[in-house]
Write a protein that binds this ligand. Structure first.
Ligand code: UD1
Length: 369
C-alpha cells in the first residue's frame, strides 16, 4: 500500500468551513489520501471561526497562519507569506482550495509556485463584476487549478469560455449542500428565534459586502428598508463584524437597536443560523452561499446585488436579485407574505453527496482509484 498522499485543505473565512467539512470527512475514509487542514486565520473571531470548526466536526488544523484582517493586498500577501513559510514542512501532494475568498487565491498561487497541483472546489462561478474582490479571486484561482469541481452548469460554460481544458472540469455538485444535508437533524432541533423571543413568521437579513455596507447612502437605504418592513414582520439581523462597525460609524446602529421588531444579534453558529433560516418566511442578503442554502431549503431569498455568480438559484431556485433596489423588494415581500412568490426546485447534484464524487477523482488524479 503506498503512503497516503497529503491533501492540504485550505480554510480561512467563515464560508469555507462548511465547504471543506464533507471533503475532509470522506477523505478520512480513504486509504489513499490524507487530509491536512490549514486555517489561514483570515477570520479569527470565535463565532466567525472556532465555533464552525467545532460544530462541523472539522479536525484541528495542522497550522493556523493567524493572518487576521487587513486591506485586500495586505491580507492576500500575508496569507502567501505565511503559507509559504509552512509549505516545506507540510510537503503536500495537492492543495485543495474552496470558494472565492482571499485565502483561496493566496494559497493556490503559493502552491503553483512550488509546482504542486491545485484543486478548486466551487470553480467557474462568475458574477462578471470585477469590482468584487471575490470575482478576481475566482478567475485567477481557476486559471491556476489542475482540477476544477463545479456546482452548476453555468460554471462549466464560463470555464470553457476562459480556455480551461474541459478534461480538468468535473461537475460534482455542491459541498456546502452536503453539509446542510448532513447537519439537517441538528438544524431542525434548534430554534434560535424562539430563544431570542421572536415569534414566527419572521424575516432574516444579512449584509456584509463592501458595495452595500461601506457606502453611507446604501447602508442608510438598507436600514430604512429594515425599519419599514419590520412594521409588517419581525426581522432578525445577525450582523457581520464589518457591518456592525459600519452601522456604528455611520450612526445607524441606535435606530436598529431601538426598533421594536428588529433583533440585531452577533454572527451565529452554523447550526443556529441555518435553523433561523429554515424557519423564516424570507431572507434578504448579499451573501453568496445563502442564495444556495435558501434554494435548497425552499425559502424565498432576495439578494441585494446587481449580479449573482450563482444564476441557478435564480433560474431554478427561490432567489431574486434586487437590481432596482428596495421598492422592488417591498413588493416581493408582499408576494412572499401572500404566498404567491415562486417556489423553486433543487438544482442537479445538490444531493448531499458531492464530496463522495470529488474524492474518487482526487484519488484517480494520483493514478489510483
Ligand atoms: C470575506 C470574503 C467574502 C465572504 C465573507 C464571509 C474576501 C475577499 N471576502 O469577507 O467573500 O463572503 O468573508 O464573511 O475574502 N472581522 C472581524 N472578525 C473576523 C473577521 C472579520 O472583526 O473574524 C472584520 C474586520 O474588521 C475585517 C472585516 O470584518 O476588517 C472584513 O473581514 P475580511 O476577512 O477582510 O472580509 P469579509 O468582509 O469577512
Amino acid at each position: 500500500m503506498p503512503e497516503p498522499r497529503r491533501i492540504a485543505c485550505i480554510a480561512g473565512a467563515r464560508p469555507n468551513f462548511m465547504k471543506i467539512a464533507p471533503l475532509v470527512r470522506v477523505m478520512e475514509a480513504s486509504e489513499l489520501l490524507d487530509a491536512t487542514i490549514i486555517h489561514t486565520g483570515q477570520h479569527y473571531d470565535r463565532n466567525m471561526s472556532d465555533v464552525f470548526l467545532a460544530e462541523l466536526g472539522i479536525p484541528k488544523p495542522a497550522f493556523n497562519l493567524g493572518v487576521g484582517s487587513g486591506p485586500q493586498g495586505v491580507q492576500t500577501g500575508q496569507i502567501m507569506v505565511r503559507f509559504e513559510e509552512v509549505f516545506g514542512s507540510l510537503d503536500p501532494a495537492l492543495v485543495l482550495v474552496v470558494g472565492d475568498v482571499n485565502s483561496t487565491i493566496a494559497c493556490a498561487l503559493v502552491s503553483k509556485k512550488h509546482q504542486v497541483p491545485v484543486a478548486h472546489v466551487e470553480a467557474g462561478l462568475r458574477s462578471f463584476d470585477r469590482e468584487m474582490p471575490e470575482e478576481v479571486n475566482r478567475v485567477l484561482t481557476d486559471q491556476l487549478s489542475d482540477l476544477l469541481f463545479t456546482t452548476e452548469e453555468s460554471a462549466e460554460e464560463n470555464l470553457r469560455a476562459e480556455g480551461i481544458d474541459p478534461e480538468r472540469i468535473h461537475f460534482t455538485g455542491n459541498t456546502m449542500i452536503d453539509t446542510l444535508a448532513h447537519m439537517l437533524p441538528a438544524i431542525e432541533a434548534a430554534d434560535p428565534a424562539g430563544k431570542l423571543g421572536v415569534s414566527r413568521p419572521y424575516g432574516v437579513m444579512t449584509f456584509h459586502r463592501p458595495s452595500n455596507v461601506d457606502h453611507p447612502n446604501t447602508l442608510r437605504a438598507i436600514v430604512d428598508f429594515i425599519l419599514r418592513e419590520s412594521e409588517r414582520i419581525p426581522i432578525v439581523f445577525p450582523a457581520h463584524p464589518r457591518t456592525r462597525r459600519q452601522l456604528e460609524r455611520f450612526g445607524c446602529m441606535g435606530e436598529l437597536l431601538h426598533a421594536q421588531r428588529v433583533t440585531v444579534v452577533d454572527p451565529m453558529s452554523y447550526v443556529e443560523f441555518m435553523a433561523l433560516v429554515k424557519r423564516c418566511r424570507f431572507v434578504i442578503t448579499d451573501s453568496g452561499g445563502i442564495q444556495e442554502e435558501t434554494t435548497w431549503l425552499g425559502i424565498p431569498c432576495l439578494t441585494h446585488r446587481r449580479t449573482t455568480e450563482r444564476p441557478i438559484t435564480v433560474t431554478m431556485g427561490t432567489n431574486t436579485l434586487l437590481r432596482d433596489g428596495f421598492d422592488e423588494a417591498a413588493s416581493l415581500v408582499t408576494s412572499i407574505l401572500e404566498g404567491t412568490y415562486k417556489t423553486g426546485q433543487r438544482p442537479p447534484l445538490w444531493d448531499g453527496r458531492c464530496a463522495e464524487r470529488v474524492v474518487p477523482i482526487l484519488e484517480k488524479f494520483f493514478g489510483n482509484g
